[in-house]
Design a protein around this ligand. Sequence first.
Ligand code: ZN
Length: 161
Amino acid sequence: MKPLTEPEIRAAFVNCTKGEASRLNVPRDLAEQPWDDLDFLGWRDPQAPDRAYLAAVIDGRTVAVALRSSGAASWQARRSLCSLCVTTHTGGVSLLVAPRAGKAGKQGNSVGAYMCADLACSLYVRGKKEVGTKLHESLTLEEKVERTLANLAAFVAKVTA
Ligand SMILES: [Zn+2]
């Protein structure tokens, strides 16, 4: 994906207030991110480990989503599948919940999905980060990237619906 800047990311949040978007922790090492290998940028807040964020370019528009871990119970000991990149982890998948954008979010509506706990889906898909168990899949890298992006777009669509 194309490298994103901090102002671009902050301006792209769809499900938090402008104030929250201006205060939340965006990675300081944006210039060093492996953008060529990323389908989206995902990160955990180093000061608030239950908070996670992701930023992506979907249909040419930069979109960022604020997420929360839904507590310790979300760390599953058994094998779990990331709903974005379809990587199987043992204990490395978290249930992340995004408040829905706008009025629905203010009423407490949210959308949850199991995702790689470190949000490094792009790197798992490319084999740049290893997992314990590999599912045998006959998909090409390109197909896996397309699937990850399609899953991500579907998730974002539910958040912004
Ligand atoms: Zn993943």
